[in-house]
Design a protein around this ligand. Structure first.
Ligand code: HEM
Ligand code: HEM
Length: 205
C-alpha cells in the first residue's frame, strides 16, 4: 500500500517494489548458472556432447539475462523508487555509479556474446528459436568480440564482488536497511550508523 505523509503528499516506498526485488535475485541466480556453466566446461573434453550442452545453456541463459534486463529497466521507469537512504553523499554517488556499471555489464556482456557467434557464422539459439545474426561472418571480428566478451565477463566478477561486499558491509557493519530493502521478508527497523547526511548534503530534521 502506498504511504502518505501528514501533508497528504504521496511518500516514496521504504523498500524496492516486489517485482524489482524478484528481478534482482532472479538475475543473480541466472548469472550464477551462466558463469558456472562456462567456467566448468573443462569437465568435459572438447567436442563432447557434455561440453556443447554446457555452452548452449550458457548462451541461452545469457540471452535470457539480456531480455530480463530490459524488462527490469522498463519496470524501474514506471514503479515508484524507494526513499533515498540516509548516507554520505560519496556513498550515494558510488552506489549509483556501481548500479549504472552493473546495468551496462548486464547489457554489454550478452550482446558481445551474440555478436561473437554472429561474426563466427554460428547459430544463436534461444530455447528452440534461432535469433538473427547481428553482423556478417568475419573471423577476425569474431575473435575481437570474443576477447571483449571475456574481458567484460571477467570485470563482472569484480563489479558483482564489490557490489555484494558493499551490501553485506552495510548490513553487518553499518547495520542499516540497505540490504533489507532488497529482501521482501525482512522488517525495516534498524537505525543507520552511517553519518546523517541526506542526498542533498543537509542533516535530516
Ligand atoms: C550475462 C551474460 C554472460 C556472461 C556473464 C558470460 C560470461 C562468459 C565467460 C566468463 C566466459 C569464459 C571466458 C573465458 O574462458 O575466459 C564466456 C565464454 C563464452 N561465452 Fe559468454 N557470457 C554471457 C553471455 C553469453 C551469450 C549471450 C553468448 C552467446 C549468445 C555467450 C557466448 C559465449 C561463448 C561462445 C564463449 C566461449 C566458449 C568456449 O570457448 O567454449 N555468452 N562467457
Ligand atoms: C550476493 C549478491 C548481491 C547482493 C547482496 C546484492 C544486494 C543489493 C542491494 C542491497 C541493492 C539495493 C542497493 C540500494 O538500495 O542502493 C542492490 C541493487 C542493485 N543490484 Fe544487487 N546484489 C547482489 C548481486 C547483484 C548482481 C549479480 C547484480 C547484477 C549483475 C546486481 C545488480 C544490482 C543493480 C543494478 C541494483 C540497482 C537496482 C536499481 O536501483 O535499479 N546485484 N543489490
Amino acid at each position: 500500500m502506498q504511504a502518505f505523509s501528514p501533508s497528504g503528499a504521496a511518500r516514496a516506498p521504504q523498500r524496492f517494489h516486489p517485482l524489482m526485488i524478484g528481478m534482482h535475485w532472479l538475475t543473480l541466480a541466472l548469472l550464477l548458472a551462466v558463469y558456472v556453466l562456462i567456467e566448468f566446461r573443462g569437465a568435459f573434453p572438447k567436442g563432447s556432447v557434455g561440453r556443447d550442452t554446457m555452452r548452449l545453456w550458457h548462451e541461452m541463459l545469457g540471452l535470457t539475462v539480456l531480455g530480463l534486463v530490459f524488462v527490469r529497466l522498463a519496470l524501474r521507469a514506471v514503479l515508484p523508487a524507494p526513499e533515498p537512504l540516509v548516507a554520505p553523499r560519496w556513498q550515494q554517488r558510488f552506489a549509483r555509479l556501481m548500479h549504472v556499471a552493473l546495468y551496462v555489464f548486464l547489457i554489454a556482456t550478452p550482446i558481445l556474446g551474440w555478436l561473437m557467434l554472429s561474426a563466427k557464422g554460428k547459430a544463436v539459439p534461444w530455447f528452440g528459436f534461432d535469433l538473427p545474426s547481428l553482423v556478417g561472418p568475419d573471423r577476425a571480428l569474431g575473435r575481437r568480440f570474443e576477447s571483449m566478451h571475456e574481458a567484460i565477463a571477467t570485470l563482472g566478477y569484480l563489479l558483482i564482488g564489490v557490489h555484494a561486499a558493499a551490501a553485506i558491509g552495510h548490513h553487518y557493519l553499518l547495520r542499516d536497511d540497505t540490504l533489507r530493502r532488497m529482501l521482501p521478508w525482512r522488517r525495516l527497523d534498524a537505525p543507520s550508523k552511517a553519518p546523517l547526511v541526506t542526498e542533498n548534503g543537509h542533516e535530516p530534521a
